[in-house]
Design a protein around this ligand. Structure first.
Ligand code: NAP
Length: 289
């Protein structure tokens, strides 16, 4: 009997995950199909219940359900609970377990692709949604020196900063965490001493209302920083183009996407993910998108 893994989100038709996950499953000649399960708002409960059918092994969860899926699962792993978002569901002994592999993917890409170690570094995060939450906890766990969270909706940034601070207090880590209002993105002084800027907003994403735009202006981008855009389509976002012009180092979102997917693959299959095969397939598919 063929078995299935799904991608739950809306919309999912532009996702490249089905291609590189299938390439990894095929590498091991597993009789498993990875499918896009586009799920309308209001249908999430039904889609998650279907995961309990015997032929289904689990799923990835993407926008806009990474947070709303939590109450529908039987158990949530500790990191996913902290982050408050699940991007991977694994069925084990008829129970649905929720994990978050975005934090791992983010750090792995930073390490492998940019040779950047967060310990003691000053980081600025643009955004306060699910991705920003994963990135913030990942940076705190890696002992970043400071975290500045800038978001259009200030209350959302404050809520994230508060959860990061209580986590730090519980484990005795000391990342200085501050929040700034969105208009500060236009001020070069905001970015003066930072080592890492991470775009966790959707600004610049293809097929979005903000396609073709950058969250930062050229003048605000420090040449000495690494500018990391979580957006993977386009691979060279407007922000990364400006960062290149400013002389900064850059990193796009594709390696993170593949590394988080590789971690999910290992949770479903208990096999080592063929990361190079996944990266090559992701690159190839993205060129056609
Ligand atoms: P989300 O929860 O919907 O958060 C979106 C964020 O973007 C919020 O902070 C939102 O601010 C901000 N935003 C949207 N439009 C804006 C605008 N016009 N001006 C200023 N801020 C704006 O989405 P998410 O799941 O965190 O994903 C964010 C991005 O990360 C997406 O582009 C996604 O593709 C990418 N991502 C990449 C990976 C990867 O593996 N490479 C993994 C996860 C996510 P408000 O709070 O004010 O609404």
């Amino acid at each position: 009997m063929s078995r299935f893994i799904g991608l739950i989100g809306y919309p999912v038709k532009h996702s490249i995950s089905p291609y590189f996950q299938q390439a990894a499953l095929d590498y091991y000649q597993l009789d498993i199909r990875y499918q896009a399960w586009e799920t309308l708002p209001g249908e999430l409960g039904e889609t998650v219940s279907r995961l309990r059918h015997p032929q289904n092994l689990g799923a990835n969860v993407t926008v806009p359900y990474k947070e709303s899926v939590l109450p529908l699962l039987d158990e949530i792993d500790e990191l996913a609970s902290l982050i408050g978002a699940v991007n991977t569901i694994v069925k084990r002994d008829d129970s649905l377990l929720g994990f978050n592999t975005d934090a791992h993917g983010f750090i792995q890409a930073l390490h492998e692709r940019a040779n950047f170690e967060p310990e003691g570094k000053q980081a600025i995060i643009l955004g306060a949604g699910g991705a920003a939450r994963a990135v913030s906890f990942a940076l705190v766990q890696k002992k970043a020196g400071s975290l500045t969270i800038i978001n259009r909706t200030l209350e959302r940034a404050e809520a994230l900063a508060n959860s990061v601070r209580s986590y730090q207090a519980s484990i005795g880590l000391e990342t200085k965490t501050v929040v700034l209002p969105w208009p500060t993105v236009t001020t070069p002084v905001t970015f003066e001493h930072c080592h890492l800027v991470v775009n966790c907003t959707t600004i610049g994403m293809k097929h979005s209302p903000e396609e073709g735009k950058s969250p930062l202006r050229l003048e605000a981008i420090p040449s000495s920083a690494l500018v990391y855009d979580l957006i993977y389509n386009p691979s060279l976002t407007p922000l990364l183009q400006l960062a290149q012009r400013a002389g900064a180092n850059i990193l796009g979102g594709l390696p993170m996407l593949v590394y988080q997917g590789a971690a999910s693959f290992e949770l479903w299959t208990y096999r080592k993910a063929p990361v190079d095969i996944m990266l090559n397939k992701a690159d190839e598919v993205l060129e056609r998108c």
